[in-house]
Design a protein around this ligand. Sequence first.
Ligand code: PLP
Length: 460
Amino acid sequence: MPIDPVPGLLSRATELLEKEFVSLPAFEPVIDKEKVAGVLEEVAHRLGDNYPYFHPLYAGQMLKPPHPVARAAYALAMTVNPNNHARDGGRASSEMEIEAVRAIAAMFGWAESGGGFLGHLTSSGTLANLEALWVAGQLAPGKRIVGSEQAHYTHQRISAVLKLDYTGIQADGRGRMSLEDLELELRKGDVGTVVVTLGTTAIGAVDPLDQILALRERYGFRVHVDGAYGGYFRLIPEALDEPARRAYLATVEADSIVIDPHKHGLQPYGCGCVLFRDPSVGRLYKHDSPYTYFTSKQLHLGEISLECSRAGASAVALWATQQLLLLAPGGEFAQGLARGRSAALELDRRLRHQEPPRFQALAAGPPELDIVVWKVAEQTLAHSSHWANEIFVACATQDLHLALVQLPQSWFQPTDCDSHRAESRMVTCLRSVLMKPEHAAWLDSIWERLMASWARVMGE
Ligand SMILES: Cc1ncc(COP(=O)(O)O)c(C=O)c1O
């Protein structure tokens, strides 16, 4: 493991925080330090039973280590343990949440002046999407929610929870929502909201937001952008291909947006975010609370959020990270994203240019963001899936951690002898989310291990 800078960073900051409360009479919390240390030894041992998510050779699922400043700020906030439900529970951290969310909204081109917006943090992307669809359902009662069949499964589940009808729209060979199929649904006249995913979970596909907004002109519906995974790519449109660039530049026109700072935003888990373009949707949250909201006339975040208690520490960590790494094009944060993306393009390039071809990349072209998927070049779909599983296991024995994903066989060049039946069939593929800036520098090591694993499994 790398040397952890967080304990060192924390000691000075903890001293300063203690000074803030120095006027209070001193007291010692009662803990048996020896016993605590013993339990922590056990915890350290138990935590060893994990994939090494922090390491660049972990290149599997969407797991990005929080920035040291986020971890330190979160731990520092734990001394106070604020609750951002109400200012009574988290005065400073509520202010920090408002400032941090304002910076995220500004990244999408939304500012408080010029119409305003409403937004807050949530404990996850799921909860953030739930709030967005809950608002959507209230604004268009009885109307359907539609989203690409590649949209996160949470949308269908949330719609069921909210008792809203949900329809999945076919995705094309690039994993993007098919506009033709969307329009077929729109013509039926009962679509209230279209969920547009900027960065699908499986392959990082970017739905054509700009073109869907053009359809909104004609058919009239709400546009909810799920950027839980891909939202931060709004910072680097110049590094994206034209269709994705156009989609990201259109976020300013969306009705609601979800983004997960706990994915690409370098935050510990427990940090999602939902934004609404029209601040008047705040009225839908209106409720009375006999318990809270007494100490301040200012807005309490619990008044515009479905969750009650929420970790104020999440807001503190996010605020601190955004102080250090501004959410600005060309800044350090944007450069980190761009490095992950170039690692993904390089891995995809190598997959396409091996001789002889051992793997097959997506037929439609290179990744849209920083997720790469590929299948094993084999005669049959069953063999291809089988060897993907074997290579996945072999890579792990070499400390390279990838992921597996089921994708339509038709997304790859049809070389199978059973390709005439392949259209709707799924093949198990290898998948790598190259979301750490360090992945670019580690690509040679990743490639070597992948090739060695292929050779070992195939006996070559
Ligand atoms: C596009 C998308 N939406 C929503 C979610 C759900 O977010 P969370 O896991 O934070 O609840 C995910 C998770 O991977 C996602 O990729």
